[in-house]
Each structure stands twice: as C-alpha cells, then as structure tokens.
Ligand binder design. Structure first.
Ligand code: SAH
Length: 355
C-alpha cells in the first residue's frame, strides 16, 4: 500500500511509527508514541491534555495539538435500531454517518450480548458533485473532500456511542470515494492497522470515475469494491447518472474486470430498482448478459424515496421477478432492503439534515 503524504496533525489517521517519530521530535522517548496511539484509537481521548499517564508539564505543552475529533450535532434512532449522526467538523460543515447494528437470530434485541455486527456507513465528502438523479446527497451540492482524520473519526464516534467494536465499514455515505482517493486510502490504512478492522470487512462504493478503479487495483487491497451500476445499458445509465455521459458502461465494466484480475477479489454491483424504469425482466436479462463470466455479485437496492424526484419503489413481486431472472442466468444476487428508512438514514437519503 502506498504511503500518503498527509501532514501528521490532526493526529487521527497517523500510524504507530509516525506517532513514535512525532513524540521523539518533541523530545520524548518513542514508547510515548505507543501511548498516544492507544489513547487516541482505543481509549477515545479527545484532547492530548487528557492523557493522564503523561506529565502535567508535557500535557500543557501539547494540549493545543489537534487530535481531529468532530462534535456531535444531532443523533436520531430509527425503530430498527439504526442510528444517524450529524457530525460538525472544525470548519462548521455538517456530515452524516450511520451506525447499523444487526442482531443474531433467536435472541432478544434488548439483550446487548446479541449484537452480531456493527456496520458504519461513512461519508467521504461534504455533499457530492456527482448529482445522480435518485440520490438526496447530490441535491444539496458539493462542498469539499473529507480529510483522512474526518473519515476515521466517524468510525470511532459510532464505536464509542454503541460501546461496541465496529465490525464492518461501508464507504457509502455522502460523497464519491474515488474523487478523494488519497484520504480514503489513508483512512483505510488506519482503520485496518490502527483501529483493527479487517480489510475484508471494508467496502468502498463508487459510481465509477475513469481510470480510478484501475488505480485502486494497484494497491492490492483485500477490501470489497462495490460499483453503482444501476442500469444494464449506456442510454438508461445516462438518464440516471450525469457522469455516465463521460464514461461508457463498457469501459467501466472493462476496468472492473481488470480489478478482479489484479486483486483476485470479486466486484459487487449495486443496482437500484426504480419501478417501470430499470426493473423489467428484460433489463435483468440485459444485466445478466453484461456480467456473464464475471466474478461478481449483484446487490439489488429497492429505491428509497427522496422528496425531489418521483420514482417509485417496485412491488415485492417485481423485485423477486428481477432477482429470479438473474438467478436463472447464474448471477450471484441478493436484495438489500436498506436499514434506517424511517430516520432518513438509508442509502441515498443522506443530506446532513435532521428529520
Ligand atoms: N458515491 C458512491 C457511494 C455513495 S451512495 C456510489 O455512488 O456508489 C451508496 C449507494 O446508495 C449507491 O449504490 C447509491 O447509488 C445508492 N443510492 C443512492 N440513492 C439511493 C436511493 N434513493 N435509494 C436507494 N439507493 C440509493
């Protein structure tokens, strides 16, 4: 994995080695770097002044050096237990993060021991410039890329709130991750090596930026790449996704094939189901043809309503019929009913506003 040249402060995102070097530059022994690492990643300290194992004198010297934590602006819980956080960044911008707990079968929800997985959906940008027609994030425009520490902070925030280790991370919040590759790669390194989350439990979702999937493949990560395809042909895709005008679906799929060859990991394709638009059996057959012989998995996402557009979610029968056609063509497929719908925390509904 390549080393990014991001300045060390804010400290969040820095590796153990970087922190050891940093403390030595401050005239301290290297083992203090391990202590800083422990306190910022595992004890959740928000100010260096609170690291009680350090001398008062050194604490006062380093008190102003930022760790890079956000502040909680708003928190809401959906009936299914999904928690949506609005986080305020140091420049006042607000982003959304979602914590999605899943529970083991046959155990009571109230029993905290039954929590099976805790997934965090992280944002990578403030807003999004891609302006996909069906997605709330793009409707609010684009402000800026998130920095490495601002991505890592989201995971620590959810972990601390649930008092439970995060098991999975999906880069599916606000923004387009591959327009912010350096910070996303820096955050992945940190979440994997410093926070301790396995690469195979990380998923990066992209609508596709020419050349960037190939670039990502060169890092040989064990993460899952999810590609927002949403249509089985160029014409239909262009109607939904403005950037598709500059990126032919055939080129996108060719890059995905390269990704599989280089990394040995299968690619996930996300396909939003919009009633009467891209959910017909012939669309499913066309999709199957695109993906023939491809090491892939299709995630069907029934549309989650947003106010600006009048697409409809297809009926359960239509969804099942679409899935069936893919199965008949031996395409691995699952339907993803998004969590957190009632709190506007589901896929495509993130717009950094309270509900
Ligand atoms: N920009 C990235 C990641 C963010 S979106 C991407 O496009 O992949 C995460 C997923 O939610 C994408 O597959 C996206 O297309 C989907 N999505 C967006 N709006 C949606 C909506 N209204 N209903 C259901 N899924 C939606």
């Amino acid at each position: 994995m390549s080393v990014t040249t991001i300045p060390l402060t804010p400290l969040l995102g820095a590796s153990l080695e970087e922190l050891k070097t940093w403390v030595q530059e401050q005239g301290q022994p290297a083992y203090r770097g391990k202590q800083v690492h422990d306190w910022i990643y595992h004890k959740g300290v928000r100010s260096l002044a609170d690291i009680s194992v350090f001398s008062k004198q050194w604490r006062s010297q380093i008190a102003e050096i930022p760790i890079g934590r956000s502040t909680l602006h708003h928190r809401s819980v959906a009936p299914d237990g999904t928690v949506k956080y609005l986080l305020r960044l140091t420049d006042g911008q607000i982003i959304e993060t979602v914590g999605i707990p899943s529970f083991k079968w046959g155990k009571k929800r109230e029993n905290s021991h039954s929590l099976d997985r805790l997934t965090v959906c992280v944002s990578t940008q403030v807003g999004c410039p891609m302006a996909c027609d069906f997605c709330a994030t793009g409707k609010g425009g684009y402000q800026r890329n998130l920095q490495r520490h601002e991505i890592v902070d989201q995971v620590l925030t959810v972990q601390e709130d649930f008092q439970q280790r995060v098991s999975n991370i999906v880069f599916m919040g606000m923004g387009e991750p591959l327009l912010n590759t350096d910070n996303v790669l820096g955050a992945i390194r940190c979440l994997n090596q410093d926070v301790g989350i396995g690469q195979r439990n990380l998923t990066v979702s992209t609508v596709g930026i020419p050349g960037r999937i190939r670039q990502l493949a060169q890092h040989h990560l064990q993460i899952t790449l999810a590609v927002s395809l949403h249509a089985p042909n160029q014409a239909l895709r262009e109607e939904l996704i403005p950037s598709a005008h500059h990126y032919k679906i055939t080129n996108l799929l060719a890059e995905c094939r390269e990704y599989v060859e280089i990394t040995g990991r299968r690619v996930s394709f996300e396909y939003i189901l919009l009633a009467g638009f891209n959910d017909l059996p012939e669309h499913a057959a066309e999709l199957a043809k695109c993906l023939r012989g491809f090491q892939s998995h299709v995630n069907l996402i029934p549309y989650n309503p947003i106010s600006e557009v009048d697409y409809q979610r297809p009926s359960r029968e239509r969804i099942q019929a679409f899935e069936q056609v893919l199965k008949q063509h031996h395409i691995a497929v699952s339907v993803r009913y998004s969590r957190g719908l009632e709190a506007d925390a589901a896929c495509g509904q993130l717009r950094a506003s309270k509900k």
